[in-house]
Design a protein around this ligand. Structure first.
Ligand code: G6P
Length: 612
């Protein structure tokens, strides 16, 4: 989950590396470093602990590192604490090989011991240093070229990696290798780029190659050659990315998160329009035929983090609209629990990045067992998108803030659309019901827009609770699923302890945590559950809780119980999560801002979690 950028071309490398790394900081930000080769062929390495800004300050925005070929890295520590010493790039003892790495080399200890016997010494605690020195060892021992030395290393190591390597003897080239960790190569006139993710180089080019597992590449200036692990040259397809560079910039907002919250109406609309034509849902591009849909016996939704919360909402919606049994599972659990899978199961993997290690492993587990898989993915060409049998692309565009907002919203939409179509094809919904539900979906962007116009009220309320110690979110059914997401938003960016509880479950333990003034946010969008949840609100209120109600216009009686109420427009109850989540995203955001925290890059987190 570290970020990698490499540049080889006609321009000064360091400023381009810093700029690219700034777009990848969401992948890790505890230290950063760059290695740039100057005109005399010497490689200079600069590293700094902390945010990328420290590296930028140390190199005067890259000016003190002249040269047109270089590699850079922003780190999310796995092996070895965050420190300058453990930061990448790492070098062989004589500076022959310099590299940056994303991923984990699992057998690094064993390699380290082997290399120590051959006289290598180690200055860091990282697994990366071992791999760098192993490349150096093979290169020298067998007098082989860089591609062969890297290929031999790829066969010897276990684990995952995206590697970017420079060799002293090959001043005109950067070499890269990949297994499991994402890496793309981009070209523009006379310049070559390599990066962990598209936004890092989008400003310079939208033409990219995806490097696949066990593949390598050599980047010259403005040209690239790809190899398989046997060192044979292979052809790859150039893909045009239709995200524009501006989408990866803040565009006048103080934080990416706020910008992305405001992009939700468009993201939701684009995702709906991607499959809705003339009031009908057309899943042809996903490759799912009506026969296949009819044949499904049950669905397992597998995901991590917020994508898992989407699955919890989807469970209610699918079961109600399509009458298919659905189970939702955390990918990290599913992959190891030896699930009993009916051959007619459909496994849906939901992932913004398409690279989350546990979700990818769960997908592969399902595929190995011969189960049909569908990915709901945002990043085009990502591993999950490429490995799944069918893909529903959410059209959220690049999401940079670590705390997801617009990707979550588009994932919900993808699930609703699938549930409606599954219901129709399986005869559980009439054509008219389906048309009405689609029409309702199409009103969501405007309704989200309306909620956003009233954000100052939430800002005011958030400021009052910026010093809260604990926050509880309660709700039932889909409202409980929204609470899970609201609570995650709160804790991940504001560092306030928060919990989401099924409202009816509170009295089985959690209620003992309610003290005088504890903030309890109650979500009530489901008519049939309204009064039940109000009873639970009364229970906590009588124990001192301060209550915020979140409900649809018309349910004004909430004000009899709640001290502060936020209203959202009415919609079909199946889709209420799409509206109820917006004030909760805003709450998390404003509390984080009021506490003076780094909203877009919360401590210890990374957006794309490519380790187990
Ligand atoms: C990380 C992010 C979350 C995200 C989760 C799953 O924990 O911080 O926002 O929901 O990973 O990521 P994915 O890319 O698979 O949706």
């Amino acid at each position: 989950m570290c970020g990698i950028v490499g540049f080889n071309g006609k321009l000064q490398a360091a400023p381009i590396l810093l700029d690219g790394l700034s777009k990848l900081e969401y992948r890790g930000y505890d230290s950063a470093g760059m290695a740039v080769r100057n005109d005399e062929g010497e490689v200079n390495v600069v590293k700094a602990k902390g945010r990328l800004k420290a590296l930028s300050d140390k190199t005067d925005g890259g000016k003190t590192l002249p040269g047109t070929c270089g590699i850079g890295h922003t780190r999310w520590a796995t092996h070895g604490e965050p420190s300058e010493n453990n930061a990448h790039p790492h070098c062989s003892d004589d500076g022959n090989v310099t590299a940056v790495h994303n991923g984990i080399f699992e057998n690094y200890q064993e390699i380290k011991e082997k290399l120590m016997k051959s006289g290598y010494t180690f200055y860091s605690q990282t697994d990366t240093e071992c791999a760098v020195k192993l490349i150096d060892y093979y290169y020298k021992k067998y007098k082989m070229g860089p591609i062969d030395a890297i290929a031999k290393t790829m066969v010897r190591v276990r684990g995952s990696y995206a590697l970017c390597v420079m060799f002293k003897d090959y001043p005109g080239d950067i070499f890269v290798a990949r297994k499991e960790s994402p890496m793309i190569v981009g070209l523009s006139e006379g310049n070559s780029y390599v990066a962990s993710d598209v936004p890092a180089i989008l400003k310079y080019t939208n033409k990219v190659y995806y490097i696949d597992n066990m593949e390598m590449a050599r980047l010259g200036k403005g040209e690239v050659e790809f190899y398989n692990v046997d060192g044979e040259v292979i052809e790859k397809e150039l893909v045009t990315i239709d995200w524009d560079a501006e989408a990866a910039e803040k565009g006048g907002y103080e934080h990416f998160m706020m910008k992305e919250i405001h992009e939700q109406p468009k993201a939701v609309k684009d995702t709906i329009n991607s499959v809705v034509k003339d009031n009908k849902i057309d899943l042809t591009n996903l490759g799912l035929s009506d026969e296949e849909i009819k044949d499904i016996s049950n669905i397992i939704i597998v995901a991590c983090g917020s994508a898992y919360h989407v699955g919890v909402v989807a469970q209610y919606v699918f079961e109600d609209l399509a009458k298919i049994p659905v189970r939702v599972e955390l990918a990290s659990e599913f992959r190891y629990r030896k699930p009993l899978l009916d051959p007619k199961t459909l496994v849906i993997v939901v992932s913004q990045s398409g690279e989350t290690a546990d979700s990818l492993a769960a997908l592969r587990e399902a595929k190995n067992r011969g189960i049909k898989t569908l990915g709901i993915v945002n990043v085009v060409g990502s591993s999950i998108a490429r490995d799944a049998d069918n893909v529903f692309y959410t059209l959220a565009g690049p999401e940079i803030a670590v705390a997801t907002t617009k990707a979550y919203s588009t994932q919900l939409i993808a699930c609703y659309l699938l549930a409606i179509q599954f219901g129709l094809v399986r005869g559980e919904l009439t054509a008219e019901q389906s048309i009405n539900l689609i029409a309702e979906l199409q009103t969501l962007p405007e309704k989200i827009e309306r909620i956003l116009t009233d954000k100052e009220r939430i800002q005011w309320f958030a400021a009052k609770f910026a010093a809260a110690k604990d926050v509880f979110f309660i709700g039932r059914g889909i409202d409980y699923a929204v609470c899970l997401e609201g609570s995650l938003k709160m804790k991940e960016i504001s560092y306030i302890h928060s919990e989401a509880y099924a409202a009816g479950e509170l009295k089985h333990g959690t209620i003992s945590l309610i003290e005088d003034g504890t903030l309890v946010i109650s979500v009530l969008t489901q008519n049939a559950l309204f009064e039940k949840t109000v009873s639970n609100m009364v229970e906590v209120k009588s124990r001192g809780a301060y209550l915020m109600g979140l409900t649809s216009y018309g349910h004004y009686q909430v004000e009899d119980t709640a001290e502060f109420t936020v209203y959202i427009p009415k919609t079909d109850e199946h889709f209420a999560a799409s509206l109820a989540v917006i004030p909760l995203q805003l709450m998390g955001y404003y509390i984080s801002v009021a506490r003076g925290l780094d909203v877009d890059k919360p401590r210890n987190l990374a957006k794309s979690v490519t380790v187990e």
